[in-house]
Design a protein around this ligand. Structure first.
Ligand code: MGD
Ligand code: MGD
Ligand code: MO
Length: 828
C-alpha cells in the first residue's frame, strides 16, 4: 500500500477493498474463534490493505515504546528478547533493553513511605529527604495517605499549593498517560498548579509565534523527498539527528534516518555547525565547523552582515514577506549602536575565521540552501535569539517556502519531514476541565525558584506570573532530579515542601528524595494503543500487555482510580469504563475518521486479537509538501499568524514588553557564563550537555547498554586532547568536574571530536550524591545538572539554560567511591 498511486486509482482501489473489508468484518466472530493469530492477521490484510501483516509479527507479543515498535518474546512469564517490526527503516538497539526494563533489579516493588513522614506526617523530617529510612506499607495505607494529603491541602491552602505539573517523558500509550491521568484526577478533586512550556524547546516555542505566527518546532517540515530532490546545500546547525531520531514522543517511524540516508546517497553537500563532531557529522561525512559554544547568534550575524555588504540578500523577499528589516539592518551595520556585526566581529566571538564565515554566506546565497537546526543552542540564556536569527538569515536568503530552501526546526525530532499519511488519528485520554479558580501555570523550568520564593513575581511573555506557596509536588512520569538545572538548589527546594509523591517503576533519584513512592508498572505490563510517527501519523500500534504487573506495582490508571474513589470522584474519573473499553473507544474514534478518509479498518476486537498494526497510505501530495509554500504563493490570502501577517524581524509586541534581555529584533547578547566572562578565569571550560545516544534522558541508564557509554562506571566526559594534557588526564581516567554549584565524577574520553575549551557530558545520568540529602555532595554517577545554572532564558520565554555553564575538571585523586545510582535504598 506504500506504492506510489495517483489520487484517482487510490480511491478506486480503496473502495474495492472497502467492500472486501465489509465481508471480513461480517465474519469476525467466526474468524476470531477459529483461526490462529497468523491466519487471522493474514486474512485481515488481504481484505484491508491498511492492515499490516508482518512476517516476524507472530513470534511474540506486539508492543511499542519511545524506541520503536517491536515483538516481545516471552518465556515462562518473563520478557526475554525483542524483534523490531519489519518495516522499521532504522531499528533502534534500545528496544533490546525492554526485557531489562521490566525485570530491572531496582524496580520499586512495594508502596514505600519515608519513616519520618509516616511517623510525623506532612513536613516531618523534611531535611532528611534523600537520607531517611523507608518503610513498606500496604497499598491501602499509601492511598489513604495520598488522598488524605490532597484533601488537607485543598481545604487549607487551595489548588495552588499542589504542583502536579509532572513534566516528563513517561512511556508511550494514549491511555496509560501518567501525566494526563494525574491532571484528570486533580481537575476532578479541586484543581492544581500546572506548568507552561517545556524543557525541550522552552525558548524557541515562545519566540517563534511572535516571529512566524507558529511554534515551528512541533510542526510538519518540508517533506524529506523534497529536500532530497531540491536542496543543494543542507546546513545542520547544532543538529544531531542520527542520535535524537532514535526515539520519539509517540512510537517513532524512523523515516528521518531514511531521509538522511537518501541525502547522503545523493551526495548533497552537508555542513554541520557544532562544537562537537557528532554522530551525524560522522554518518553524513559532513563538513564540520566547530564554533565556540553559545556564540551561534554572533556567527549568524557575521553571515548576515556579509550577505548585506556583498549585496547577496533577497530584497524582494524581505520587502514582500517580512516586516521591520530596516531596524534590524541598522543594528547589523552598527548604525544603531556603533558596532558593525561584520564577519571579523563575529570571528572574534565565535572563534571561526572571518573568511570561513564569509564563504558560508556566499555558499548559502548561491545554492538552494536548507538550514536545519536542533534545539540544543536554544536551551541557553537568550535561547530565543538563535531561532529568531536563523529565521532572519533564511529570510535574507529568500528561500522560505521554496522546495528544499528555508529553515526547519524539527528534522531532528520525531522525524519531522516524514510525509503525513491519510487515515485516522487517535486521541488520548483527556485531562478534563480545570475547575473555576484553578491557578495559572508557572513556566516549567522555574519550579525550584517558585518553591523557594512564594509570592515573587516574574515576567513571562508579556505577562506577570506570581509564584504561589507550593506545599506538595506530585511526580508521575518525569524525573526532576535529572531534568532540572542546578540539582543542589532543587534539593534545597524539595526539602522545604510538606509532601512529595513520586509514582515510578524505578528507584530513581527523584523517588529516593520523595516521601511516598508508589510503584508503577512499565508500559509492557498493561494494554495500550499509540500512533506511530509523530508527524506522519502513519501507524497505529497496539501495545499488548507482555507480562503481568511485577511485584506489587500497579498501572498509573488504577492508582488514580483508587485515589479517585477515596476522593469521591471515581465515576467521573473512569466514566464507567475499564482499560479495554477505553482502548476500544479510542480506536473506534480513529476508525471513524479513517472511514471519512476512505480508509476502511477492521473492528477493534479483530485489530486487537491479530497482534498486528495499521499502516496508513501516504498521499502523493504529502511527499511534495513544502512548508510555508502557501504563504509564499499568496501572503495576503495566506498570512502568517503574526500581527502583521508577515515574518516579523522586528516585533512591536515584543517592543511593548520592554524587556532588557529580549530586544524587539534579533540581537547578540554575551551570556553570563562563557569563555569570555569573568567566571572563565576560574572555570575555563564550556559545557555541552547533549542528549544521550543510548538512553532517553535518564531512561535506560539502569540497563546493560550502559556498558557501551560509561567510562570507569560513570557518565563519560568528552575532552579535547589539549585540555586533557594540560590537566594530566588520560583516556579512561576518573575525573572530577566542578564549579561553584557542585561537583560530579565522570570518566574521561579524550578525543579530537570536540573543540578545545569545550567538554561534553550528556544529560540523564542518575544523580547519586556521596552525601545523600545534603547539598554540595559529589555525584558519583555524573549527573550533569549538578553543574548547570537555574535561570530563565529571558523574561520572554523563561526557557531553561541546561546547555550552558562554565566549569573545570581535574583528575580524581582519591579512592574511587562506589556508584550507588542504580541501587535500591536500604529496606526497599
Ligand atoms: N542540562 C540539561 N538538562 C536537560 C536537557 C539538556 O539538554 N541539558 N534536556 C531537557 C529535556 S529536552 C527534557 S525533555 C527533559 C527530560 O526529562 P524527563 O522527561 O524527566 O526524563 P526521563 O528520563 O525521560 O524521565 C521519565 C521518568 O518517567 C518514568 N516513567 C516511564 N514510564 C512511566 C509510566 O508509565 N508511569 C510512571 N509513573 N512513570 C514512568 C521513567 O522511569 C523516568 O524516571 O530533560 C531536560 N534536561
Ligand atoms: N537518543 C536520544 N534521542 C532523543 C532524546 C534522548 O534523550 N536520547 N531526547 C529527545 C528529546 S526530549 C529532545 S528535546 C530532543 C533533543 O534534541 P536536541 O536538543 O537537538 O539535542 P541535543 O543533543 O541537546 O543538541 C543537539 C546538538 O546541538 C549541539 N549544541 C549544543 N550546544 C550548542 C551550541 O552552543 N552551538 C551549536 N552550534 N551547537 C550546539 C550539541 O553538541 C548536539 O550535537 O531529542 C529527542 N531524542
Ligand atoms: Mo526534550
Amino acid at each position: 500500500m506504500n506504492k506510489l498511486m495517483t489520487q484517482e486509482s487510490k480511491t478506486v482501489l480503496s473502495r474495492r477493498r472497502f467492500l472486501q473489508g465489509l465481508c471480513a468484518v461480517a465474519a469476525v466472530p467466526a474468524v476470531n474463534a477459529l483461526l490462529p493469530k497468523t491466519a487471522l492477521a493474514r486474512a485481515i490484510e488481504e481484505a484491508l490493505p491498511q492492515f499490516k501483516y508482518t512476517k516476524t509479527a507472530h513470534e511474540g507479543v506486539l508492543t511499542a515504546a519511545h524506541w520503536g515498535a517491536f515483538q516481545a518474546i516471552v518465556k515462562d512469564g518473563k520478557m526475554v528478547d525483542t524483534l523490531p517490526v519489519d518495516d522499521d527503516p532504522a531499528p533502534n538497539e534500545l528496544i533490546k533493553m525492554a526485557p531489562y526494563q521490566v525485570h530491572a533489579t531496582n524496580r520499586v516493588k512495594y508502596p514505600m513511605v519515608r519513616r519520618s513522614y509516616l511517623e510525623g506526617g506532612p513536613g516531618a523530617g523534611k531535611t532528611l529527604r534523600g537520607n531517611d529510612e523507608w518503610v513498606r506499607v500496604p497499598w491501602d495505607k499509601a492511598i489513604e495517605l495520598v488522598a488524605g494529603e490532597i484533601t488537607r491541602l485543598q481545604e487549607t491552602y487551595g489548588p495552588s499549593s499542589i504542583y502536579a505539573g509532572s513534566y516528563g517523558w513517561k512511556s508511550t500509550g494514549m491511555f496509560h498517560n501518567s501525566r494526563t491521568l494525574l491532571h484528570r484526577l486533580m481537575n476532578l478533586s479541586g484543581g492544581f498548579l500546572g506548568y507552561a512550556g517545556d524543557y525541550s524547546t522552552g525558548a524557541a516555542q515562545m519566540i517563534m509565534p511572535h516571529v512566524m505566527g507558529s511554534m515551528e518546532v512541533y510542526e510538519q517540515q518540508t517533506a524529506w523527498p523534497v529536500v532530497v530532490e531540491s536542496s543543494e546545500l543542507v546546513v545542520l546547525w547544532g543538529f544531531n539527528a542520527m542520535v535524537t531520531l532514535k526515539n520519539a514522543w509517540n512510537v517513532p517511524d524512523h523515516e528521518g534516518q531514511a531521509g538522511l540516508k537518501a541525502l547522503k546517497d545523493k551526495g548533497t553537500r552537508v555542513i554541520t555547525i557544532d562544537p562537537v563532531r557528532n554522530e551525524t557529522v560522522e554518518y553524513m561525512d559532513a563538513e564540520w565547523i566547530a564554533p565556540r559554544p553559545y556564540t551561534d547568534v554572533a556567527m549568524m550575524m557575521g553571515i548576515a552582515h556579509t550577505l548585506l555588504s556583498e549585496d547577496l540578500h533577497d530584497k524582494d523577499f524581505i520587502k514582500y514577506y517580512t516586516t521591520g528589516f530596516d531596524k534590524f539592518q541598522a543594528y547589523l551595520t552598527g548604525d544603531a549602536d556603533g558596532e558593525a556585526k561584520t564577519a571579523e566581529w563575529a570571528a572574534e566571538i565565535c572563534g571561526i575565521d572571518a573568511d570561513v564565515i564569509k564563504s558560508l554566506a556566499r555558499d548559502f546565497a548561491k545554492n538552494r540552501t536548507m538550514l536545519m537546526a536542533g534545539w540544543g543552542m536554544q536551551r541557553q540564556q537568550h535561547g530565543e535569539q538563535p531561532n529568531w536569527m536563523l529565521v532572519t538569515l533564511a529570510a535574507m536568503l529568500g528561500q522560505i517556502g521554496l522546495p528544499g530552501g528555508g529553515f526547519g526546526f524539527s528534522y531532528h525530532y520525531s522525524s519531522g519531514g516524514s510525509p503525513t499519511a491519510k487515515g485516522g488519528i487517535l486521541s488520548g485520554i483527556n485531562a478534563g476541565t480545570a475547575p473555576k479558580g484553578s491557578p495559572s501555570p508557572i513556566p516549567v523550568a522555574r519550579i525550584a525558584e517558585a518553591i523557594l520564593n512564594p509570592g515573587k513575581s516574574i515576567q513571562f511573555n508579556g505577562r506577570t506570573v506570581t509564584y504561589p506557596s507550593i506545599k506538595m509536588v506530585y511526580v508521575a512520569g518525569g524525573n526532576p532530579f535529572h531534568q532540572h538545572q542546578d540539582i543542589n538548589t532543587l534539593l534545597q527546594a524539595w526539602q522545604t515542601l510538606d509532601t512529595i509523591i513520586v509514582q515510578e517503576p524505578y528507584w530513581t533519584a527523584s523517588a529516593k528524595h520523595a516521601d511516598i513512592v508508589l510503584p508503577a508498572t512499565t508500559s509492557y505490563e498493561r494494554n495500550d494503543i499509540d500512533m506511530g510517527g509523530d508527524y506522519s501519523q502513519r501507524y497505529v500500534f497496539p501495545m499488548h500487555k507482555v507480562v503481568e504487573p511485577q511485584h506489587e506495582s500497579k498501572n498509573d490508571f488504577d492508582i488514580y482510580v483508587a485515589l479517585a474513589e477515596k476522593l469521591g470522584v471515581k465515576d467521573a474519573y473512569t466514566e464507567g469504563k475499564n482499560e479495554m473499553q477505553w482502548l476500544k473507544e479510542m480506536y473506534d474514534g480513529m476508525k471513524t475518521q479513517a472511514r471519512t478518509n476512505r480508509v476502511p479498518l477492521p473492528p477493534f476486537e479483530m485489530f486487537w486479537d491479530a497482534n498486528d498494526y495499521i499502516s496508513f497510505p501516504i498521499p502523493e501530495a504529502s511527499k511534495q509538501w513544502v512548508r510555508h509554500a502557501e504563504f509564499r504563493d499568496n501572503p495576503l490570502l495566506n498570512p502568517l499568524g503574526t500581527p502583521s501577517g508577515r515574518i516579523e524581524i522586528y516585533s512591536d509586541t515584543i517592543a511593548k514588553m520592554g524587556y532588557e534581555d529580549c530586544a524587539p529584533h534579533p540581537k547578540w547578547y554575551a551570556p553570563r557564563e562563557w569563555h569570555k566572562a569573568e567566571i572563565a578565569a576560574k572555570y575555563p571550560l564550556s559545557l555541552n550537555t547533549a542528549h544521550p545516544t543510548q538512553r532517553l534522558h535518564s531512561q535506560l541508564d539502569n540497563t546493560p547498554l550502559r556498558e557501551k557509554y560509561a567510562v570507569a562506571n560513570r557518565e563519560a566526559i568528552l575532552i579535547n586532547p589539549t585540555d586533557a594534557k594540560a590537566r594530566n588526564i588520560k583516556d579512561g581516567d576518573l575525573v572530577r568536574a566542578f564549579n561553584d554549584r557542585g561537583q560530579i565524577l565522570v570518566g574521561a574520553k579524550v578525543t579530537e571530536d570536540i573543540r578545545q575549551g569545550v567538554v561534553r557530558i550528556c544529560e540523564g545520568a542518575w544523580y547519586d550524591s556521596a552525601t545523600p540529602g545534603q547539598a554540595g555532595g559529589l555525584c558519583r554517577n555524573g549527573c550533569v545538572n549538578v553543574l548547570t545554572f537555574d535561570q530563565g532564558s529571558s523574561q520572554l520565554a523563561q526557557g531553561n539554560c541546561g546547555q550552558m555553564a562554565q566549569l573545570d575538571i581535574e583528575k580524581y585523586q582519591g579512592k574511587a567511591p562506589v556508584n550507588l545510582a542504580h541501587q535500591v535504598p536500604l529496606n526497599a
